[in-house]
Design a protein around this ligand. Structure first.
Ligand code: CTP
Length: 262
């Protein structure tokens, strides 16, 4: 490694001799992921990219909570594409069942509040922030310490909710983002009027680039279509796999960030 060679392994796990530990060959899929990353163009070299992904989980009591149908696939694909493009990538993930892209540092969180603390801390050293997480807009006003029991009365139970912090808006209004040291990208999951809603959301969140998609059409799927809204106008990335869209989006972000630096 000191001579400049890239060392990919070894992997840890069950060994043929019956022991457990370091010494396995990496899986073929992991080797392929590393080779693709090694050979990819590096327009984000030197950048530190922070990505939020997946849903959040807001506890009602120790056994229940509210969440949403976000799979995290788009955010994980973006983290992978950013790493391939040469960035140092941190991925803050809500509860999802996805493997961590190779070479990406992952921080698992559950609630919006936990995601906010992890994101604000990491945003202090990041140069690009991409908020793909489907953060719950509300959380129960109080999470009960013990499981809430039904009382058999058949009466409706009331739960009250308070608004969650807006992670993207908070970070986008921070001094580093305002001074241009941190480039912020928001996502918008809409169910109609994509372009108009995206323009309004971009202004409201205070981000230079907003990426819109039709939420119900993409949640959980492996494909999507994106609409990029920024100062230059609107750019459509037509229907494709999330993997391809993530690579295209990262190229678009790299172009805008290098334009800022030039
Ligand atoms: N977002 C966030 N924190 C929140 C809510 C949203 O960081 N509490 C981010 C999302 O990660 C996304 C963007 O803000 O990048 C827009 O999320 P979206 O759910 O589409 O919009 P909302 O802000 O929830 O607005 P609305 O419900 O009015 O559509």
């Amino acid at each position: 490694a000191e001579d400049g060679a890239v060392v990919l392994g070894v992997a840890r796990g069950d060994q043929a001799c019956g022991e457990f530990g370091h010494g396995r060959m990496l899986e073929a899929s992991e080797l392929l992921e590393e080779l693709i990353a090694y050979l990819a163009p590096k327009p984000l070299l030197g950048q530190r990219v922070l990505v939020t992904a997946g849903p959040t989980f807001e506890a009602i009591d120790p056994v229940r909570g509210i969440t949403n149908l976000s799979s995290g696939k788009m955010g994980f694909a973006i983290a992978r594409a950013a790493r391939e493009a040469g960035a140092d990538v941190t991925l803050i993930a809500g509860p999802v069942h996805l493997p961590t892209p190779r070479g990406v540092q992952r921080i698992d969180v559950d609630s919006a509040s936990n995601m906010l603390s992890a994101a604000t801390q990491r945003a202090q050293s990041a140069t690009i922030f991409i908020a793909t997480a489907a953060v719950a807009d509300w959380r129960p006003a109080q999470a009960a310490d013990h499981k809430i029991k039904k009382d058999g009365s058949g009466e409706a139970r009331q739960l009250s909710f308070v608004e969650n912090p807006d992670i993207l808006a908070e970070i986008a209004h921070s001094p580093r983002a305002q001074s241009g040291e941190l480039y912020c990208v928001g996502f918008a999951a809409e169910s109609e009027n994509l372009e108009a809603n995206a323009q309004a959301k971009r202004a409201r969140k205070g981000v230079p680039l907003l990426v819109a998609n039709i939420g119900p059409a993409t949640f959980g799927r492996d494909d999507n279509a994106l609409l990029l809204v920024d100062d230059e106008g609107v750019l459509e990335l037509p229907h494709a796999s999330k993997r391809v869209l993530a690579q295209q989006l990262i190229a678009e972000i790299a172009r805008r960030v290098s334009g800022l630096e030039a």
